[in-house]
Design a protein around this ligand. Structure first.
Ligand code: SF4
Ligand code: SF4
Length: 199
């Protein structure tokens, strides 16, 4: 007859005293361990709409669309593999975060398993080209502090945000030549180069 080894005996006694390692889920709620990677969520207040999470998502679970002056970010939970890359590479570190939710079973349609947020975009006042989301520019301006005043777009945006200047809506100068005064408008890099060279 073979006797159990001392280590196995110790484990058996511990299990007898502490109870089984497994939980009684689904009959009782299960509390995952602290660093468990579960369902991710966008946090609209902290997301600046940069799109870095879209680039790094290996499952292509995050979709990004720029429509009518808005950036629409859609997180598809049915495609997500909970790898945590979006959280690890988020520009603000708080725009998207994984929760500890793991019980995702549903009787609903998989197309309904998503979260969507919208971010207003800043467009070039000359050609209508996308510059960046408003929140991303503001985030950069705030991080740069006084250095933001070295960049015309950041400087103008900063002033517009504290209501010191009026930010014009829409594209007004499409097809027209740029002149010196246009340097103090919200311009994409191409139009800014043109405005500087032509003035
Ligand atoms: S956890 Fe991974 S798969 Fe899910 S959205 Fe983030 S990067 Fe994509
Ligand atoms: S701020 Fe974070 S969550 Fe928002 S788009 Fe950028 S990387 Fe994604």
């Amino acid at each position: 007859m073979r006797y159990p080894k001392l280590r196995e005996l110790k484990e058996a006694i511990r299990a007898l005293l502490k109870g089984p390692y497994t939980s009684k889920f689904p009959f009782k709620p299960h509390e995952p361990f602290e660093r468990f990677r579960g369902k991710p969520y966008f946090y609209e207040k902290d997301c600046v709409g940069c799109g870095a999470c879209v680039q790094v998502c290996p499952a292509r679970a995050i979709e990004m669309e720029d429509v009518a002056g808005e950036r629409i970010l859609t997180l598809h939970w049915d495609l997500c593999i909970f790898c945590g890359q979006c959280q690890a590479n988020c520009l603000t570190a708080k725009g998207i975060m994984l929760s500890r939710e793991f019980d995702l079973a549903t009787t609903g349609k998989r197309q309904e398993l998503y979260q969507q947020i919208r971010k207003e975009l800043l467009l070039c006042e000359c050609c209508g080209e996308l510059i960046a989301p408003h929140d991303q520019i503001l985030w950069a301006a705030q991080r740069l502090g006084p250095l933001a005043f070295a960049n015309t777009s950041l400087f103008l945006f900063y002033l517009a945000n504290i209501n010191l200047i009026y930010k014009e809506k829409g594209v007004e100068r499409k097809g027209e030549d740029l002149n010196r005064s246009d340097r103090f408008r919200f311009l994409c890099p191409r139009c800014r180069r043109e405005a500087v060279l032509k003035s």
